[in-house]
Design a protein around this ligand. Structure first.
Ligand code: XUL
Ligand code: CO
Length: 436
């Protein structure tokens, strides 16, 4: 029986670009074939439990604005929230959802009570997933909201917090595995520092490395086939977070022998906070062979905060999907809307419309990216720029056979005196504008 939260809404239809309905898809037809694959299978959309179901609209200057009948601390509240969650997922036709333990279960007074509450909700989700086509993209542990984590989880100066965190991660990995989750995410919201003065960087790096190795060992022990993903973010809530960006995470993985075991979940807003573009982070992860999944949300470029807004910029999204397609597409990963309503968007219809708009923007972006891939003009232009490396002298320079002395001899013998060539930036930009 329906909770009635969204009225008598059914599945939101695809009506095409000319529709004037508020709740209809204009560009996202899940069955449309793009590069020979259904749009739904390219985009692999997921709704985020925390923003859509658990967020109450507070900001640093004001309390909750959103009123939801499931806000409360009981198991009954948690189950009503789950009922509405699945109504949301099914109305939108998103194939996946994502959750933190703390989003879905009441906070208990102890580790054991947290675990019991989580397990009861996992069983409840299991029933709901069995009677719908909704799947779990990823699960994760919230190791940043409760005050016990204020100085970090893995990187806490107190080993008891490390132990509590490791135990909590195990319960969340087991929950994710039981629900057939396709990835497990770690976002180190408090793994960093507020002040360098009270922080031992070398110890905290060793602690974080041990924790991630524990996670990978447990993954193999339980036979979890999904990907383990780290989500980089440079700061907020802490002044400095260790998983600053894709490059920092890659260095961390190499240092701890995990670069073949762990990939990244890249969030648009986090990339911007790190002083990069979203597509830079995706392209770098692709180049380093650690691309996993994305959190699709934008920041307000004027506020400078992680405002977690639904995407609304097709050219930006198109470039992100271009580099995703070049990295092999979303395989175990997906497009998770780690995005929330504005605090004045009070109505259930706002929640639906936000996702519908975001899904349409992503569909337009993906289709533009696919045209770029199909035409191949950008790829060919880049290849031509580097073509000197493909054979002869370029390959010889890379081979390792030449020393600096040999190269001096080569430059002298062949009278090498390179003629600068245009980088053609404007021509490249114009090329991209043909598709977006
Ligand atoms: C915070 C953030 C998290 C992670 C999961 O900025 O993005 O919601 O995605 O913990
Ligand atoms: Co995120």
């Amino acid at each position: 029986m329906s909770t009635g939260f969204f009225g008598d809404i059914g599945r939101i239809p695809f009506e095409g670009a000319d529709s004037d309905a508020t709740l209809a898809f204009r560009h996202y037809d899940p069955d449309e074939l793009v590069l020979g694959k259904r749009l739904e299978d390219h985009l692999r959309f997921a709704a985020a439990y925390w923003h859509s179901l658990a967020w109450s609209g507070g900001d640093p200057f004001g309390g909750p604005t959103l009123e939801r009948p499931w806000f409360g601390d009981s198991m009954a509240d948690a189950k009503l929230k789950a009922d509405v969650a699945f109504e949301l997922f099914e109305a939108l036709g998103v194939p996946y959802f994502c959750f933190h333990d703390a989003d879905v279960r009441p906070e208990g007074g102890s580790f054991a009570e947290n675990t019991r509450n989580l397990e009861e909700m996992v069983d409840y989700f299991g029933q709901k997933m069995a009677s719908s086509s909704v799947k779990l993209l990823w699960g994760t542990a919230n190791l940043f909201s409760h005050r016990r984590f204020m100085a970090g989880a893995a990187t806490n100066p107190d080993p008891d917090v490390f132990a509590f965190s490791a135990a909590t991660i195990k319960t969340c990995m087991d929950a994710t595995h039981k629900l057939g989750g396709e990835n497990y995410v770690l976002w180190g919201g408090r793994e960093g520092y507020e002040s360098l003065l009270n922080t031992d960087l070398a110890r905290e790096d060793a602690q974080a490395g041990r924790m991630l190795n524990l996670v990978v060992e447990h993954k193999h022990k339980i036979g979890f086939k999904g990907a383990i993903l780290i989500e980089p973010k440079p700061q907020e809530p802490t002044k400095h977070q260790y998983d600053y960006d894709v490059a920092s995470v890659y260095g961390f993985l190499r240092r701890h022998g995990l670069e073949k075991e762990v990939q990244v979940n890249i969030e648009q807003g986090h990339a911007i906070l790190a002083g990069h573009s979203f597509e830079h982070e995706i392209a770098l992860a692709g180049a380093l062979d650690i691309f996993g999944s994305i959190d699709m949300n934008r920041n307000d470029y004027q506020s400078g905060w992680d405002t977690d807004q639904f995407p609304n910029n097709v050219p930006e999204v198109a470039l992100a999907y271009y580099y995703i397609l070049k990295a092999g597409g979303l395989t175990s990963g997906g497009t998770n809307f780690d995005a929330r309503l504005r605090r004045q968007s009070l109505d259930p219809a706002d929640l639906l419309a936000a996702h519908v708009g975001g899904m349409d923007i992503c569909a337009r972006g993906l289709k533009a990216a696919a045209r770029m891939i199909e035409d191949g003009a950008l790829e060919a232009a880049v290849a031509s720029r580097y073509s000197g490396w493909d054979d002869g002298r370029g390959q010889k320079l890379l081979s390792g056979d030449l020393s600096l002395d040999d190269i001096v001899a080569l430059v002298e013998e062949e009278d090498i005196n390179p003629a600068p060539r245009s980088g053609q930036q404007e021509i490249f930009e114009n090329l991209v504008n043909r598709y977006v």
